[in-house]
Ligand binder design. Structure first.
Ligand SMILES: NC(=O)c1ccc[n+]([C@@H]2O[C@H](COP(=O)([O-])OP(=O)(O)OC[C@H]3O[C@@H](n4cnc5c(N)ncnc54)[C@H](O)[C@@H]3O)[C@@H](O)[C@H]2O)c1
Length: 375
């Protein structure tokens, strides 16, 4: 596991850090549980005491991982049972985040929430208010911030080895073939999200890219976007092709292009998502060649400067490891209360604003939108 103490903002905490294993409940036991659970396995910082999901099948399946944990069909049943819980690992469909997270915070539990935080600014405020009122921590996890090649990319940009940063580019190609199975039930609520104008490309998966942008170069002052629509079935609309451009407060500009290659096979242990990040400096560049999938079979990070190319062959570039490290980081953090949360609820609101600014820009013909001015 790599160290992250050097990055991000620090959160002041008022709760007393734990000096024993924290008692955790998983709330939502669907597809992404398979990766989030990696932070909990063989981890002395935590004791998994409860598993919550209305699906009996899911409860029975996940009980095999945690034979001593109690199972419940709802978080309210768990709270009423009297079982002591310190923190919840929340893996719910996005539309349930605002109500679900507020309820869990009101039970007095800390929350580690899967992204996206929620669909709207009022929902986000409700969640932040609930955390404050209960003096509990709301973390909105983003495993990409724990993907070692991206962590190194950031370090290279900060080292000055590339000279001054003059711009950067992100690319994302969703492909139709390859990867792991995603059950229809995991996709159904995404279709509802599409109907709400919160699509899978820009909003759901895109959330990660917007988070990495803010994490790399800080606050964003202007966003311009041209978001297309690809209808791939009744009610199934993918926001492609899409191009988002933005400027950070420090003047650095980023651009992100999103496409779908429906007939392309992509080797992947997870979702079929071919991704790259490329930072250009005044005297060189650094590029992360892949993340979720295993598209480009070169070193996952390459750095060019002064006429020489350096390839990083020994990074932990299994995307699944980023879930393990994000979870471990959180569970350790609860024992120290020190260092950045990676990512706090407040920082997640900045990501939400970024996404909403892109939608507003696109709806208005690509005009520049300041995310801070959205209401
Ligand atoms: N970090 C990533 O790369 C990544 C990848 C995939 C999904 N996600 C996020 O993870 C979250 C879950 O996604 P998923 O793909 O696992 O969805 P999923 O549909 O596979 O799983 C959701 C689970 O929640 C359960 N559930 C529904 N209502 C509930 C309730 N009231 N209480 C408890 N459980 C309830 C469902 O029965 C289901 O088992 C979403 O926020 C999604 O955006 C993140």
């Amino acid at each position: 596991m790599i160290g992250y103490a050097d990055i991000g903002d620090y959160s002041a905490v008022t709760f007393v850090p734990y000096d024993r294993p924290v008692r955790a409940a998983f709330v939502g036991l669907g597809r992404i549980y398979d990766l989030n659970v990696r932070g909990y396995i063989d981890n002395p910082d935590v004791e998994v005491v409860a598993l919550v999901d209305p699906s009996e099948e899911r409860r029975a399946q996940r009980q095999a991982d945690w034979p001593d944990a109690a199972t419940f069909a709802s978080a309210a049943e768990l709270a009423a049972s009297g079982l002591e819980v310190d923190t919840a690992e929340v893996l719910l469909p996005v539309v349930l985040h605002a109500d679900g997270v507020s309820e869990l915070l009101d039970f007095g539990w800390h929350v580690n929430l899967q992204k996206p935080m929620c669909n709207s600014l009022p929902e986000a405020q409700r969640m932040l208010d609930a955390a404050k009122a209960n003096d509990r921590i709301l973390r909105v996890m983003d495993n990409y911030l724990f993907y070692e090649p991206l962590h190194r990319l950031r370090a290279v940009a900060e080292s000055g080895d590339l000279g001054g940063v003059v711009g950067y580019h992100m690319k994302m190609v969703g492909t139709g073939n390859g990867g792991w199975d995603v059950p229809w039930s995991s996709f159904e609520w995404q279709i509802d999200q599409m109907k709400r104008g919160r699509g899978i490309m820009v909003f759901d998966d895109g959330w990660h890219k917007l988070t990495t942008a803010i994490w790399l170069f800080g606050p964003v002052r202007e966003v311009r976007a041209w978001i297309g629509n690809l209808a791939v079935g009744p009610g199934i609309d993918l926001e492609t092709p899409a191009t988002l451009v933005w400027e950070h407060e420090n003047g650095i500009r980023g651009v992100w292009d999103i496409t779908i290659a429906m007939d392309m096979y992509l080797r992947s242990d997870y979702y079929t998502n071919d991704e790259r990040w490329e930072i250009t400096g005044s005297k060189g560049f650094a590029r992360v060649n892949r993340c979720t999938g295993r598209g480009i079979q070169q070193p996952s990070l390459e750095v060019y400067a002064d006429g020489e190319m350096r390839g990083y062959h020994a990074l932990d570039d299994d995307w699944g490891s980023s879930f393990r490290d994000s979870g471990r980081y959180w569970l350790r953090w609860l024992h120290t209360g020190e260092g950045p949360l990676l990512w706090s609820g407040e920082e997640a609101v900045d990501v939400l604003r970024f996404a909403l600014a892109a939608y507003e820009s696109s709806a208005k013909g690509g005009i520049g939108v300041d995310p801070a001015l959205l209401t």
